[in-house]
Design a protein around this ligand. Structure first.
Ligand code: NAD
Length: 294
């Protein structure tokens, strides 16, 4: 099948490679030319704009930073809707605000383009392995039609509800991840300051109730002082902004998320926005003048 893919960053690149490995022809576009070139050697075909991608493909995947980028790529000049044929399916796998998914869906509908939102969890390692958790919003027949394609990139794909439900689910995921990293950082600083080696603490508690996928992934990074992204602090700020805005719209207070947001904002102001989100540990390290290291 011929598949269009727009947004070739940390996540997009390995997702394209998995589609290529599964035997699909992939037409790619990104505003950063080096990201396109990195995939040409793997067999992807370059397009000159999002519009050109849409002119050539009946299935288009977008993997972009946030709502404004998705609106530009789909609704903007030289965008997907300028080139798409009626019946085309757009799978937006970016993590964006649910209301933005609904807005883009409505614009797509006027052109006969079908759309689902399908953000992911799992980060770069699972994008490489093709085992992402995919949370989907949209119509069931469209979900069923693209299920096999989603499962090339994912280990699971769950239809959560109507358009926007995928991104609502992703916001819940991001709230839990941010608070979990903050809890892990706070607790591991406590044990470090009290003189207990953080790796001993990790090994002792990871199999108990406090254990988590976040703890397993992030404690080894923190104790090695490895804050290379991964998932960047600035992207997590974007997700918590979307969560807080959505929470206000639907009447669901998020006091702990607001606190995590201020920790992330402090790190951003301190020049750490491009660090991995496990850099939340650095917030505690700056407060105490102590590093959490093995
Ligand atoms: P990234 O910044 O590495 O990649 C985004 C890509 O989009 C960049 O290559 C950028 O040049 C491109 N882009 C931006 N505007 C464009 C436009 N107008 N036209 C074409 N290309 C454009 O981000 P990422 O880490 O790959 O994340 C992508 C999405 O996936 C985000 O919504 C993020 O929140 C989500 N996500 C990321 C991770 C992770 O661990 N990195 C995990 C889960 C979900």
């Amino acid at each position: 099948m011929k598949i269009g893919f727009i947004g070739l960053g940390i996540m997009g690149k390995p997702m394209v490679r998995n589609l290529l490995k599964a035997g699909h022809e992939v037409i790619v576009y990104d505003v950063i030319n080096a990201n396109i070139k990195a995939l040409i050697t793997d067999g992807a075909i370059e397009a000159g704009s999002s519009r050109e991608v849409a002119e050539q493909c009946n299935l288009i995947i977008t993997m972009l930073p946030n709502s404004p980028h998705v609106k530009t790529v789909v609704l903007g000049e030289n965008g997907v809707l300028e080139g798409a044929k009626e019946g085309t399916i757009l799978i937006d796998m970016s993590s964006i605000a649910p209301y933005a998914s609904q807005e883009v869906y409505k614009a797509c509908k006027t052109k006969g383009v079908r759309m689902i939102d399908a953000p992911v969890s799992g980060g770069e390692p699972k994008a490489i392995d093709g085992t992402l958790s995919i949370m989907v919003g949209g119509e069931e027949d469209v979900f069923n039609e693209v299920y096999d394609i989603l499962m090339i990139m994912g280990g699971s794909a769950v239809l959560c509800g109507d358009i926007g439900a995928g991104n609502t689910t992703k916001l819940a995921n991001q709230v839990i991840v941010a608070l979990n990293i903050a809890a892990v950082s706070e607790a591991f600083m406590l044990s470090t300051k009290a003189g207990v080696n953080p790796l001993k603490v990790f090994n002792a508690i990871k199999g108990g109730l406090a254990g988590s996928t976040v703890m397993n992934a992030k404690v080894p990074m923190i104790t090695e002082g490895n804050f290379n992204p991964g998932f960047k602090i600035d992207l997590h700020i974007k997700d918590l902004n979307n969560a807080i805005e959505t929470g206000h719209n639907v009447g669901s207070p998020l006091p702990l998320t607001a606190l995590a947001m201020e920790i992330l904002q402090t790190l951003h102001a301190d020049g750490c926005g491009q660090d991995d989100h496990c850099g939340i540990a650095k917030y505690y390290e700056k407060l105490t003048g102590t590093e959490i290291r093995k």
